[in-house]
Write a protein of this length. Structure first.
Length: 193
């Protein structure tokens, strides 16, 4: 998975297999799924072939269009429910110390809650696409200093500080210090389609 750095080959393969399987089981063509998710058919073809390293937001759009959670799409295909392998590293930055892992995902009628652990190496950044309308993030800094750039706001968070924001906007995380930054991220999502 990526926006600005390389993702896990294993996760890319999981996404390809799970999307293809769910799409075929649901009797949905690639053209229709691409339209429902708001992406190009060519991008979907490449994702299903395991030849495209899609962003986290793109995978979430595809999962939602199929009525699945993000965790359902990134897990190994044979695993479902509680036996599914979490935590699962979803994003890997260019620097080895920059990565994000999905720790837990809870799906309830009308909403999904995800818990992530992120780490940014010294001087690294992560750039995110806008999530679906109604999505929110709650960040909590464990160590280091985290800068969060939103469309109209800039926040600098120290250990023990938190920030809640609507993530249906372009946003980015930055570690402009010489030390690693670690934080948790909760994402609250409501079904969209």
């Amino acid at each position: 998975m990526r926006t600005d750095a390389n993702g896990s080959l294993e996760v890319m393969q999981n996404v390809a297999a799970n999307l293809r399987q769910a799409r075929l089981q649901g009797g949905v063509s690639q053209e229709r799924l691409a339209e429902m998710a708001g992406i190009s058919r060519r991008m979907l073809v490449n994702i299903e072939a395991g030849e495209s390293n899609a962003s986290i937001a793109t995978v979430d759009k595809l999962a939602s269009a199929l009525g699945l959670s993000f965790a359902d799409v990134v897990r190994p295909p044979a695993m479902t429910g509680r036996e599914a392998a979490l935590p699962l590293r979803i994003w890997q930055g260019v620097q080895a110390d920059s990565h994000a892992s999905l720790l837990e995902s809870v799906v309830k009628p009308g909403m999904t809650l995800e818990l992530w652990r992120w780490q940014l190496a010294a001087g690294d950044s992560y750039y995110a696409e806008a999530d679906a309308p109604g999505c929110h993030e709650v960040l909590y800094v464990l160590e280091g200093q985290l800068e969060v750039q939103l469309s109209q706001q800039h926040h600098v968070l120290q250990p023990g500080q938190s920030l809640t924001f609507a993530s249906d906007q372009v946003y980015s995380y930055h570690n402009r210090t010489a030390l690693a930054c670690a934080f948790t991220k909760n994402i609250l999502m409501y079904p969209h389609g």
